[in-house]
Design a protein around this ligand. Sequence first.
Ligand code: NAD
Length: 371
Amino acid sequence: MSHRVTLIPGDGIGPEVTQAAQIVAEATGVSIDWEVVEAGEPAIRASGTPLPPAVLDSIRRNRVALKGPITTPIGSGFRSVNVALRTELDLFASVRPARAIAGEGTRYPETDLIVVREATEGLYSGVEHWVDKEHSAAETVNVITRRASDRIVKFAFELARREHRRKVTAVHKANIMKTTGALFQTAFREMAAKYPDVPSDERLIDNMCMQLVKKPSEYDVIVTTNLMGDILSDLCAGLAGGLGVAPGAVYGERIALFEPVHGSAPKYAGQDKADPVAEVLSLELMLRHLGEADAADRIWRAVWEVVSEKRVVTYDLALPGYTERPVPPSSCSAMAKEIARKIPLVDTTSPAPRPSAPGVGIGGDTALETG
Ligand code: NAD
């Protein structure tokens, strides 16, 4: 059976890393019928808008999308295409596994965290204005609703139970944000009481940042609001080896979109230099979602082998890092081809390398249960 999937190459390094993911996808033998649609800068050039209706139509039709990063102008200009996609399609659960790969590029080779971030409201709601004509003060509204808080914490507990994770930690700032923070905290505590089999605790965001840097192995699934989740997921990506290896997904009730944590890294655009792993592991999550567990396992193991051999790796993994073993950097496309070459060769019957291969296997219909 062929899977029809929307592919959004994006801009900056997006086209390079999504092409790398396509090379790897082809090597798995899974039949994917890619429907390519443009968003971001190529769409502005073609049609004058960064998010043409055809993109949303395609994702609604196919219900699964693989996406490259898209640039957002800083401080002015059009609204983020990424945020617009999540709100238009009600993709409420951003799931970002931070798994160290073969101990490369990290001080914490055991890192195996999952950040679950509410993705439709909070400080990303776009409700902001200047207070005066002189632009000497500004306000941004932090929109937190009980409905969105309930469904994201439920999503996190369901994920933890299904994936046999150790615990769920809620992160907030309820000591200072006594309405929005407290609302999220209450939603978490009431949901935790319904999942007595899943251990849970809470941390204030500032303490959590320190705790994660000191002893990340104390944590497992982390659930939080939009902006805190954005920041924490980059922090966790750093713990696991960097933005070049950090995949992600955003789930709605019926639609799932897979994209790396990283952005468009404009300074590397068009140089065939970016690490393809984050996009390739986003493909891995996508194949799990599509029920193609064997192909997903092969991708994880092939990535693991290529990274641990450290023979054909991009600049970020070629650095001496913490292993003191620098090698000449390879290109994005060379590393993708090396991962693809390994796919049929890996042994899927041997025990999975740590951290465990399952990642985040959330089926589309399972997501429905979270509503
Ligand atoms: P970024 O993630 O694009 O890059 C930060 C740094 O991380 C880069 O300079 C590079 O050193 C490294 N990096 C990122 N991806 C890498 C890869 N695949 N391989 C190797 N190194 C990599 O973050 P930024 O510079 O803050 O943002 C650039 C643009 O991307 C902005 O317009 C931002 O809004 C956008 N962005 C988009 C998304 C998305 O599409 N989901 C996510 C984050 C940022």
